[in-house]
Design a protein around this ligand. Structure first.
Ligand code: KMH
Ligand code: ZN
Length: 306
């Protein structure tokens, strides 16, 4: 496979506006970012909802609709909304975007884990918005809930709407959860995994760990496609290794605010451009959105509800 699906995760729910002036949270900015990333070579964009005034994470489906229809009006990129949401949302709130907008693909988080961001509080000099510090500190006691009953419900809902799950794997044991769901008939092929590395509470971003997860997935699942995203400075080394192993690559300000050491990325598109330059050096090409739709067997942009 010489085509690499590059996903751009535009804003996420981990970083807060005070960490970078370039983190998008206004609808027009998010839509522009999606279009720029697509032009730079991303076949897929991954989005989270944000309050347009304060940048606080939002599960409001009207906000998702505004982004998704705005992006669709300007380009044909695959749009993958989150169902991971943020630590402040209930599982039902997180899932609402799937029933409301029936996207081609949405994230599907592969298990429960601690999800801690509190150590970054001391690195932020000044908070712009009141909610940021409290939110980050609150993650000291946060468990990201994705038990089997909830996984079953998410999988059923996605199947009902023809939405392909992009399965987020934060640690090696979660691969076993997915193997169980496949045995139970909840998940259909092609299975698409996103290895999420370097979250405090999940697996550290090392080469050994990535190779181990790929091997475990081959042993337990067999036939699957996969991508990697890694937090902070690990975004590029893990991505390069993953491509060489036959996988795909997610970049974007959701996972890493920097372009290189000490240099903030002004846009996720700068990271996409850098990833494209790197893979081309190794003889790979970025997949187009039609390649991605074919590889991941997505239902098509004509079957969404936005
Ligand atoms: N936020 C990342 C740690 C999701 O949105 O559902 C992983 C992620 C999951 O993107
Ligand atoms: Zn996300």
């Amino acid at each position: 496979m010489s085509k690499v699906i590059i996903t751009a995760a535009l804003t996420g729910s981990i970083h807060t506006p005070s960490m970078s002036p370039y983190l998008p949270f206004k609808p027009d900015h998010i839509i522009d970012e999606a279009v720029r990333c697509h032009q730079a070579g991303a076949a897929v964009v991954h989005i989270h909802g944000r309050d347009p005034e304060t940048g606080r994470q939002s599960a409001n489906t009207a906000i998702f609709r505004e982004y998704m229809s705005g992006i669709k009006a300007r380009c044909n990129v695959v749009i993958t909304p989150t169902t991971g949401g943020s630590p402040t949302m209930t599982p039902e709130e997180r899932l609402a975007v799937v029933s409301a907008l029936k996207p081609e693909m949405a994230t599907f988080n592969g298990g429960s884990l601690n999800f801690a961001l509190y150590p970054v509080v001391e690195k932020v000099k000044e908070f712009k918005f009141e909610w940021e510090k409290e939110f980050l500190e609150g993650t000291e006691s946060f468990i990201f809930p994705n038990h089997f009953k909830s996984l079953h419900h998410y999988a059923r809902t996605m199947k009902e709407h023809g939405t392909r799950p992009e399965i987020e794997i934060y640690d090696v044991g979660q691969i076993n959860n997915i193997a169980q769901l496949i045995r139970e008939g909840y998940l259909d092929k092609p299975i698409y995994l996103q290895f999420v590395m370097g979250i405090l509470g999940g697996i550290p971003a090392t080469a050994e760990n990535l190779l181990y997860m790929i091997r475990q997935a081959k042993d337990l699942i067999g036939d699957f496609r996969w991508s990697v995203c890694a937090a902070g400075r690990f975004q590029f080394p893990m991505g390069i290794l993953n491509v060489l192993e036959g996988g795909f690559w997610r970049v974007g300000l959701e996972d890493n605010l920097y372009l290189e050491k000490g240099v903030l990325a002004k846009s996720s598109a700068e990271q996409v451009e850098k990833a494209v330059r790197i893979i081309r050096e190794f003889g790979y090409e970025p997949a187009t959105e039609s390649d991605a739709r074919e590889i991941l067997k997505l239902k098509g942009i004509d079957k969404v509800n936005y």
